[in-house]
Write a protein that binds this ligand. Structure first.
Ligand SMILES: C[S@@+](CC[C@H](N)C(=O)[O-])C[C@H]1O[C@@H](n2cnc3c(N)ncnc32)[C@H](O)[C@@H]1O
Length: 210
């Protein structure tokens, strides 16, 4: 199963940036990847849809130490596989936020099909507009700059919220746990998020998220 890093060719940020650039240059309206203007979509996604492999999802949920009463948010939920798996395996409530209306519809059908519509909601939204304070578990499979851009919202999460990210970490932060899988690394942070002690000199992006 290709990963975001795999699709980019290597783990390098330059190639991840190239992926973003290609994405920016392509026209809107490719079904399943970008939505068409006026179809109820919000705007073009910040990254294409690449699903997390199921064995990785199992590991991510295990690392999150899911317990009864948890509320999981998957930010950029694609076909809904993470929220559906969380509901099926742990019987917890879960919300998938996805900007691509085609994927939203597909995920909604999957939720019904798998019989977890009592536990799972799929919402068409831009993740950068969300208040994340109700979540106790947050899952991410996004590009590095997207994770970084989410940091101000993640820092406003309730203490003890578990954030689990696949493939890419969050710059300047110290994860509480990192696990290797065949496809890539999985990172876990428990809020409040800890930051690296060493601070580079001069102004930089770290100024924005302390
Ligand atoms: C790499 S896929 C991960 C899908 C899913 N979380 C999984 O792990 O299988 C990233 C998803 O984020 C969505 N996305 C991109 N930018 C977004 C944004 N600003 N708000 C909400 N979703 C977004 C894409 O449409 C895509 O489905």
């Amino acid at each position: 199963m290709p990963s975001l890093k795999g699709i980019a060719g290597t783990a390098s940020a330059a190639l991840a940036a190239a992926l973003l650039l290609c994405h920016a240059l392509l026209p809107d309206g490719i079904a399943g990847v970008f939505h068409e203007k006026g179809d109820g979509g919000i705007r073009k996604p910040d990254v294409i849809w690449v699903p997390t492999p199921y064995p990785v999802i199992d590991k991510m949920l295990e690392m999150a130490s899911i317990k009864r009463g948890d509320l999981l948010y998957d930010l950029g939920s694609g076909d809904g596989r993470i929220v559906i798996t969380a509901a099926q395996k742990y019987r917890i409530r879960a919300v998938g936020y996805e900007i691509d209306p085609y994927l939203v519809e597909e995920a909604k059908m999957m939720v019904k099909d798998k019989g977890v519509d009592g536990l799972v909601r799929i919402v068409c939204a831009d993740i950068y507009t969300l208040d994340l304070s109700a979540a106790s578990v947050i899952t991410l499979y996004l590009l590095p700059d997207m994770n970084l851009k989410l940091l101000p919202q993640l820092r406003r999460c309730r203490p003890g919220t578990r954030i689990v990210a696949y493939d890419f970490g969050i710059a300047d932060t110290v994860p509480d746990r990192v696990e290797r899988t065949a496809g890539g690394r999985i990172y876990l942070w428990k809020t409040p998020i800890r930051f690296e002690k060493r601070r580079p000199k001069g102004p930089g992006p770290w100024k924005n998220h302390r």
